[in-house]
Design a protein around this ligand. Sequence first.
Ligand SMILES: Cc1ncc(COP(=O)(O)O)c(C=O)c1O
Length: 446
Amino acid sequence: MSLSHAEIVADNREYTLASWTAQKAWNPVSMAKAEGIYYWDGDGRRYIDWASQLVNVNVGHGHPHVIKAIQDQVAQVAYAYPGIATEPRGRLGELLREITPDGLTKSFFTLGGSDAIENAMKMARLYTGRQKVLTRYRSYHGATFGAMTAGGDPRRLANEPGVPWIVRMHDPYPYRSPLYRNRTADEGDQALIDQIEETILFEGPENCAAILLEGYSGTSGIMQGGNVYWRGIQNLCDKYGILLIIDEVMSGFGRTGEWFGINHYPFVKPDLLVMAKGLTSGYVPMGAVAVRDKIAAYFEENTLWGGLTYSAHTLACAAAIANIEVYRNENLIANSREMGKVLRAGLLDLAEKHPCIGDIRGTGLHQVIELVKNRETREPMSGWNNPASEPMQKVAGSLRNGGLTTFVRFDWIFNAPPLVINREQIQEGLDIIDQALTLADPYCVE
Ligand SMILES: Cc1ncc(COP(=O)(O)O)c(C=O)c1O
């Protein structure tokens, strides 16, 4: 049986609910087949997967090594409850100890990013005996109750006031933040760190369990602090005994050209590191929290108050092991770094041509274009939390008609294809973006 695109969409709309949208506005692409960086809808129309679905299919679609590992595992032991020890669970824990920053020794497994964030915050609160978690305004950490409050992104607003123990900090965003006005990026980073220290003092350091930050900022616009910012964060954590939780759900597993986004700042010592997405490239849902040895030691003596029926699911463990093997055997981290340079050069070329491009941010295969109406004044093309301005809708429509899907939010076009992409395929994507930007240029004003 294979349904047409229209039939697939009709069934989905009739019987299922879609995320983050009023249902009548949901007009999805369908997917009937997928391979590498491409997928095809029910009518056989091909799309370039320019956002690796939701920035998770890092090894590309249909990877034979991952498929085989899952098939072999399902035939052997499909499921064991979390109180049982299994070979793939132990092996995956060992691999995560190898690839995560030094000192992270043990992992707890979840079903995805949100519940991994919940567990990381819970562990930090249990370990420190403190309550508050400091997060950024422009951040996303998931959609379960606590994780949704933790993310400062406007998606949290429907869940307000959320959990009471989240405190928000301003963002390292030199392009727009008032703190960076008339300052260099380093001076702005320092001013921001000084402000964060003030926030900690106002909140009472003795109440602050953790600072939670994305290792490399993602859906909130890829706004990333530099060395001064990250050194400042590490110093504040050390000075006040606050744990550092690094969310690598999106930026992990080669996305930014390193195993983890935080590897760009080798002096940062995460206490808890949260993973999901590229851990299994989406072949089976899974998340994880890796913890520093001192936290692992604490839970030797103290109960870890948490558990999930599907924690350490054997199929997910097998998929994750196979993914890590693919990252290693196919040098995908290095490929992300190299192809990231090609992507960035291509985006800079587009900026020469299109006055609507205001800023390009990111590294590796993790880059965003920010559109403006005026480069001098930086007047936004759409504006913060404006989901559907006319120019951005036109851009999104043109990308899709051109055969490329990615997420287009507020003023941003995200560029995050699977790490297996090559030069020719990058050019293919850039040509489609080039076309789409011609629809935004006329909105530029003097
Ligand atoms: C940085 C970050 N953290 C957490 C999450 C939540 O992960 P999940 O959707 O798997 O629950 C996401 C999802 O996009 C994310 O990008």
